[in-house]
Design a protein around this ligand. Structure first.
Ligand code: PBG
Length: 336
């Protein structure tokens, strides 16, 4: 009889938790290396592997060492990487982002030579290329110095075409400019790249969790912050409007970013739109785990697999994560 009484003989949920294999049989969410997208930082040079202090285990790489790391990812079952470039010089408009021989085109070519089947995603934004560190060109036209939405759109379209020409498989605009998906779709189509999908960072919040990334990509804003283009963490309905707009403009996949403090957004986005949904488990989320694990305060393997499983359970189909290589390896040896 159930401890709750004779009217509840079925309420014995522990029956299906008794044995490891039984738990595996009824598990609802199964993580796989092909769910992961590995973010990689690339800078010009050769043989470079410069560890990022606030992201232990993550490196600034040169195109050759980038290809080695991507090859390891491919062997572990990871099917996609997303590239962030650190150019040799920056200026007001981020002009090196449009250079056909720039760091990202070099990196794409190095990857494609060695790993033709790997899906190469390019982050489309200007913060790594501008001297002021903002995600587009600046103007005073609103009365104060801010990113000029429509001038940035033109440049974004050009940046995507440069990356598509170099061999990018998916372009991922992350600057949160209004109309960015439509502008990019038009530019790609006009240049003969109507087959290249757009993964839009549709609901990207103005988050303090990007701190370590900005060190990694050498891209912190030199004045102010990104709150005039990225979203207020307090807003959820607005995320759904952002996503709806991007889908209407032609986004093929959408992203919610960050992931952990935004599982509600992931869940609502998945329920409402039922399109391929990515979640970005960002640099600050990674740094917290690494810092606690280094002190022996958390069991890194168990915590990482738990977090990634829960991001997927919330509704993400794809997870951008710096844990991708470790997690893929652990999944191979996941013991019941
Ligand atoms: C901007 C971009 C950022 C991240 C990805 N693309 C930083 C920002 O908006 O300042 C953050 C990723 C992370 O924190 O891991 N192009």
């Amino acid at each position: 009889m159930s401890p709750l009484g004779p009217r509840f003989p079925e309420l014995r949920l522990r029956r299906l938790r008794r044995l490891p294999a039984l738990r595996e049989l009824v598990r609802e969410t199964e993580l796989s290396p092909s769910d992961f997208i590995l973010p990689l930082f690339v800078r010009p040079g050769q043989g470079i592997r410069r560890e990022i202090p606030s992201m232990p285990g993550q490196f600034q790489l040169s195109p050759d060492t980038l290809a080695e790391t991507a090859a390891r990812a491919w062997e572990l079952g990871i099917r996609a990487v997303i590239l962030f470039g650190i150019p040799p010089h920056k200026d007001e408009t981020g002009s090196s982002a449009l250079d056909e021989a720039g760091i990202i085109p070099q990196a794409i070519r190095a990857l494609k030579r060695q790993l033709p089947d790997l899906i190469v995603i390019t982050d489309e934004c200007f913060c790594e290329y501008t001297s002021h560190g903002h995600c587009g060109v600046l103007s005073q036209h609103t009365g104060r110095l801010d990113v000029d939405n429509d001038r940035t759109l033109e440049l974004l379209g050009q940046q995507c075409v440069v990356h598509a020409r170099a061999g990018a498989d998916i372009v991922a605009p992350s600057g949160m400019m209004d109309g960015m998906v439509a502008a990019i779709r038009r530019a790609l189509d006009a240049a003969g790249f109507s087959h290249i999908p757009i993964l839009s960072y549709a609901a990207k919040y103005a988050s303090a969790f990007y701190g370590p990334f900005r060190e990694a990509a050498e891209s912190p804003p030199q004045f102010g912050d990104r709150s005039t283009y990225q979203m207020d963490p307090a807003n959820a309905n607005e995320a759904l409007r952002e996503i709806a707009l991007d889908l209407a403009e032609g986004a093929d996949l959408i992203m919610v970013k960050p992931a952990l403090a935004y599982l509600d957004i992931i869940q609502r986005a998945k329920q409402q739109f039922r399109v391929p949904l990515a979640a970005y488990n960002v640099s600050g989320e990674y740094a917290m785990i690494k810092a606690a694990a280094a002190r022996g305060w958390l069991d890194e393997r168990r915590v990482v697999l738990e977090i990634l499983t829960c991001i997927k359970r919330a509704g993400a189909d794809l997870i951008l994560t710096y844990h991708a290589l470790d997690a893929a390896l652990w999944l191979k040896t996941w013991s019941i």
